[in-house]
Design a protein around this ligand. Sequence first.
Ligand code: SF4
Length: 432
Amino acid sequence: MKLRILLVNPWIYDVAAANLWSRPLGLLKVAECLSVYDVELSLIDCTDSFRGVGWGRGKYPKHPVAKPDCLKPIPRTFGRYGIAVDAFRKGLREKGPFDLVFITSLMSYWYPGIQAAIGIIREEYGNIPVVLGGIYATLWERHASENSGADFIYKGPAGEEIKFIFNTFGYRLKEIRGPVPYRRLGLYTDYPFAPLLTGTGCPFSCAYCASSVLQKKFARRETSEVVQEIRELYDSGVKDFAFYDDALLFDSERHIKPILKEIVGAGLVARFHCPNGLHARFVDDDLAGLMKASGFKTIRLGLETVNPERQKQSGGKITSGDLEHAVQVLKRRGFAKEEVGVYLMYGLPGQGLGEVKEGIHFLESLGVRIHLTEFSPIPGTEYWRVLEEKGIVGEYTDPLLTNNSVFSYLFSGYDPREIERLKLGVKQYNIT
Ligand code: SF4
């Protein structure tokens, strides 16, 4: 009899959440790794419920839940985002029983979603082995092993090492074929959009970013493989694609440009979105033209700050001049303000609000959308160490406090009313 494996993407627990073409790509990679064995795979994605707001984006249903004590000072409603608890239970009963469960984790501060999912799995199936992987499991291994309820914490990216998990639980499995792409495994029935990952990791190492902590190596897929994936999904009806790479534009001559040339050459009429910040430094006229011709609709560039000293000290990925040049070429190639947005951070260690306001004025002068993002500290990064030295974070910090909305409210030192005024000003600017 085949080993029956359940894959679970748990709920989001937060004060705000929206679906920007998101799917649990790490968990789907696990499915691909498991597909080489003679196993039966099922998936329950607790976030697979949203009301579409256009081009594949969506709003999750929110179910208010009691706020954990450490979040009591935050004047926002805490909630569970995604499917109803009853729907999860029903899915477990209909798809089960199972021999093994793999559950993933994305944002570390969403761990109550993991606890809730594992708790219900235990109610339904008792002591079934549960393996937890993903971002929270990798960055907060000790916290995860003490608090998640999982039996096994898997650190790092999904790969062949997954077979050791079988040994741990006493299963001996034989490989029967090569890995099957997740889109052919029938895990999702509905494809309103498709996230894409053409590579993992990043050649930069920014002081606030977890990329190099989570992925030690920068690696890329063959361009032909990426194009085949896009064509196959397109032929099955997908029209909205979202690139989730950390460094999509790096070495563009050998990577993204060939991919886009093939898309344009094949005459695909699709929309492409980049919810992760792109490297503005690598946007040249040729690339901007290809992005326009292939159907890019959502471009997000990462600036984070206009302070030249901080730009340099935090990793040197960009200067304000790089951004200005990128915006000029994108506009010359026909992109409008609504299509080009720039991420600007606030709450970075030692960052005053004056710097944030300067950044807003700079972006307004360029005529791009502004996306204000709150800094969130991540273990293993340079800025975590800075905050650790100041005694603000440490080994026993509750990951809930690293939630971007929560951390900036509690620790940035800004007047919350002033932040609200800034956000409102940006919102009004973005819609004019
Ligand atoms: S360039 Fe972007 S993805 Fe790379 S380390 Fe910096 S912030 Fe992270």
